[in-house]
Ligand binder design. Structure first.
Ligand code: HEC
Ligand code: HEC
Length: 235
């Protein structure tokens, strides 16, 4: 075995130099790293779309295709076959439109008739800006069988943290407002969440609705229907 070569001052110096180079490049890498680098892919998409400049007039033109089902004012239809979409927040609209476009949420007629199939990201941004600006004040009827009183208790216990005290939706949670939406539509979505055909709360393992009896769900929906668009969160 060859004896260990004693380190000469010059190898010392070069090791030191290499170490400094590594540290420097690490430092530079951190400094110039794009802010989105740590976000996951999904979030990246959304941030990009929300940063894009919308053209509301182009959005209005494209919306004509949507009006066929969702109505001229984004009011949807009584009975909830077509949901109300006017005034939904842009972050949620962008998520929803992307989800339909990529098949995460399935409703083919919308892709074809609504021309979402061929829509570019810029089109989605235009649409979302136009739709979130639509002002609409409608009073939707709640389910007759539900008790808003017991619904209020359940809602505050289990839904409030994400959907807001007055069911106004929360940007931070990317959750939609639930008030002023047809309860039949909401119930249909809850069925989709239960069967995992749609993912609730961004969590494939979500079991929010599993523990509820049908009656209790109607109670929650009755409470949500008793809230109106104009109520501010007073907390
Ligand atoms: C053929 C009828 C039809 C057309 C056209 C249509 N939609 Fe829809 N839309 C629906 C139906 C039905 C649903 C509910 C589907 C479901 O249960 O997921 C829906 C759901 C939505 C939702 C989800 C609402 C929510 O609260 O999550 C958004 C947003 C939406 N549509 C936007 C649009 C836009 C924007 C257009 C035009 C580019 C459009 N739709 C065109 C029928 C239509
Ligand atoms: C951990 C947060 C969280 C909790 C708790 C939560 N939600 Fe949600 N909910 C969300 C998010 C996020 C979405 C949007 C999902 C998407 O983008 O598709 C959503 C969507 C929904 C929708 C679909 C709305 C639409 O327009 O399509 C309904 C209905 C709903 N939630 C009802 C409830 C009810 C009722 C409760 C309480 C029993 C509840 N949620 C509790 C986060 C939550």
């Amino acid at each position: 075995m060859a004896p260990k070569r004693p380190r000469t001052p010059s190898t010392f110096a070069s090791t030191f130099y290499t170490l400094r180079l590594i540290t420097l490049s690490l430092l530079l890498a951190v400094l110039f790293m794009a802010p989105g680098v740590f976000a996951d892919d999904d979030e990246d998409d959304e941030v990009d779309l929300l940063d894009m400049q919308p053209d509301r007039e182009a959005g209005a033109v494209m919306y004509r295709q949507c009006a066929l089902c969702h109505g001229k004012h984004g009011q949807g239809i009584l009975g909830g076959k077509y949901p109300r979409i006017a005034g939904l927040p842009d972050y949620y609209l962008l998520n929803a439109l992307k989800d339909y476009q990529t098949g995460v949420r399935g409703y083919d007629a919308m892709l074809v008739v609504g021309a979402l199939k061929t829509a570019e990201d810029q089109d989605l941004v235009n649409l979302a800006a136009y739709i979130s600006d639509m002002e609409l004040d409608i009073d939707v009827p709640g389910p007759e069988a539900g008790s808003a009183r017991s619904g209020r208790r359940l809602y505050r216990y289990d839904c409030k943290t994400c959907h807001g005290r007055k069911a106004e939706g929360k940007t931070r949670k990317e959750s939609p407002p639930l008030r002023s939406q047809y309860h039949e539509y909401l119930l249909r979505q809850i069925e989709l969440f239960k069967s995992k055909e749609r993912i609730h709360a961004d969590d494939p393992e979500d079991e929010t609705f599993k523990a509820y009896e049908d009656e209790e769900l109607l109670d929650i929906l009755a409470w949500i229907a008793s809230l109106d668009d104009k109520e501010e969160d007073d907390d």
